[in-house]
Design a protein around this ligand. Sequence first.
Ligand SMILES: Cc1cc2nc3c(=O)[nH]c(=O)nc-3n(C[C@H](O)[C@H](O)[C@H](O)COP(=O)(O)OP(=O)(O)OC[C@H]3O[C@@H](n4cnc5c(N)ncnc54)[C@H](O)[C@@H]3O)c2cc1C
Length: 293
Amino acid sequence: MHLKEVAIIGAGPGGIAAAIQLKRYGMEPLLLEKSHIGGLLVNANLVENYPGFPGGIPGADLVKLFESHLGEIGMPVHFEEVVRLDWQESFIIETRDTKFHSRIAVVASGTKPRRFTDIEIPPEATERVFYEVYPIAGVADKRIAIVGAGDAAFDYALNLARRNEVTILNRGQKKRCLPLLWERAERSPRISYREDTSIAAIKGSRDGLVLDIKSPAGKWELSADYVIFAIGRVRQLDYFSERLTKMASELEERGLLYFVGDVRNDIYRQSSIAVGDGVHVAMKIYRRSQCKF
Ligand SMILES: Cc1cc2nc3c(=O)[nH]c(=O)nc-3n(C[C@H](O)[C@H](O)[C@H](O)COP(=O)(O)OP(=O)(O)OC[C@H]3O[C@@H](n4cnc5c(N)ncnc54)[C@H](O)[C@@H]3O)c2cc1C
């Protein structure tokens, strides 16, 4: 059995920062990623609060810089999904094809979308239904419905409205986003906003979707090519074994298990925080390895 010193699960901003800092110490962490480098950040329309980018930078461009940084320092990313993480004197990291072992695990797997369960989405509609913007980031001249009223919903709308017609559907009456996102959406001629709306049915065909909408004013239909649900996210720890879930606090105390970024930060989910967490955890790991605390 080949035992790695550190395995990092997730190559979003948090996992990447941890990997870069560990590499600086001469450590060679195993960085596992199930999908793409950059995690959730790839969806961000314009990142305006990450120091060093006056005027902001699109999330996808910042991710490209992260990717170059990893390349430059020779930090490989293993594109494999961790399907089970267990602990038995060391961590056992199972992907579909491989079993890895590590002494320390850094969990940087972020969040997963809260699924829309109000109604059943028929199979013929599912390939037009999304929970993030990046799968359709390149589309043009489409009609897109976005369900939600938080930062993500408005950020997705601003992103897609560069080339498409967007309708934001808010089931309540309150917008829960940064005022500046709302102001920008209001100024966009390609974004309409409807509140007090709920989806009663979704019908799919080869040509698109029809959403049956209920509102106090009555029922109406909205035709769309795509719908994106931006109705919240929850931490992504599906792959934890039962034993690990029970032992997590003890392993954290022993300095063997660390949580980084959105997976631990409740509502305080920002790239800069995830990056700070990643560097912080890497420093702790190194310090412990030197001082044997
Ligand atoms: C629309 C939008 C706009 C945003 N705008 C900003 C902004 O302007 N400024 C800002 O600072 N932040 C912004 N954010 C938030 C920012 O994207 C997140 O805070 C940040 O990406 C969190 O980083 P993370 O590494 O903790 O998690 P994530 O970015 O979620 O990365 C987690 C990674 O883990 C991987 N993973 C999950 N499970 C597994 C598994 N089992 N095996 C292997 N890999 C796995 C995922 O594929 C993912 O790549 C925005 C987010 C959204 C959605």
